[in-house]
Design a protein around this ligand. Structure first.
Ligand code: BGC
Length: 261
């Protein structure tokens, strides 16, 4: 538990399922007040809020498209009107689809960039303005991916968006460090979430993925949420501009593990 988080207010984008959901739950366990954003999974978000309230948490589910300024404004307004403050903004919402790059449509490219990168920009911008206006040492956490570093053929738009998040994360961390605002990324590897459900139901695909994970298992959303809670808390007070890889070692070039090369 991180006692300094108690009573603080967080916005988690894409919080109805997967990693975002685990983060929202963990922050609620830390006694934070949480705005749980969803795009289309109203049920998932509202069920989570109901469950959290039952155990004494304070949370609200809010529909919004993170790739639009209005959507982001709705989330900020929800934090202020429900909980009177904003301390932490987590840009988690993301999407991916697999297409060979020579067949990738501009529409698909734009969709992924809009949510994964423009959404991070718009969310961060809203949070930064709030922090600056209120002279607040706020905190921003971006959910990136191992693919901000590892090339991922047939996911060029996704990889490009996450590499963009890395550049953006480091740049604004530097730009606002003097204000005491911290900005960090988390780069999950293969995690057991709805985005991966179909892939990991296929035993062959799962085995292929496991081969790339030195710790030998698919990660749990809670393991990513633990990293988010740490980055949110004062326990990481001297940390800004990093990407914290939560990937079971996936980014360590596992194909070299027997000394090949
Ligand atoms: C993707 C997952 C993938 C993992 C490792 C993540 O960024 O969302 O679908 O399994 O990277 O490749």
């Amino acid at each position: 538990m991180y006692n300094d988080l108690k009573g603080k207010v967080a916005v988690v984008t894409g919080g109805s399922k997967g990693i975002g959901n685990a983060i929202a739950r963990r922050l609620s366990e830390e006694k934070m007040k949480v705005v749980i954003n969803y795009h289309s999974d109203k049920e998932g978000a509202e069920e989570t809020v109901a469950e959290l309230k039952k155990i004494g948490g304070e949370a609200v589910a809010v529909q919004a498209d993170v790739s639009s300024e209005e959507g982001i404004q709705t989330l900020l307004d929800a934090a202020i009107s429900n909980f009177g403050e904003l301390d932490l903004w987590i840009n988690n919402a993301g999407m991916e689809n697999q297409v060979p790059t020579h067949e990738l449509t501009l529409e698909d490219w734009n969709k992924v960039i809009d949510v994964n990168l423009t959404g991070v920009f718009l969310g961060s911008k809203a949070a930064l303005n709030h922090f600056l206006e209120h002279d607040k040492k706020g905190n921003i956490i971006n959910l990136s991916s191992v693919h901000e570093r590892i090339p991922w053929p047939t996911f060029a738009h996704y990889s490009a968006s996450k590499a963009g998040v890395k550049g953006f994360n480091e740049t604004i961390a530097l730009e606002y460090a003097h204000k005491g605002i911290r900005v960090n990324s988390i780069a999950p590897g293969a995690i057991n979430t709805p985005i991966n459900a179909e892939k990991f139901e296929d035993e062959k695909q799962k085995a292929a993925t496991l081969k790339m994970i030195p710790l030998d298992y698919i990660g749990k959303p809670e393991e990513v949420a633990a990293a988010a809670a740490w980055l949110a808390s004062d326990e990481s007070s001297y940390v800004t501009g990093i990407t914290l890889f939560v990937d079971g070692g996936m980014s360590l070039y596992p194909s070299f593990e027997k000394g090949e090369g």
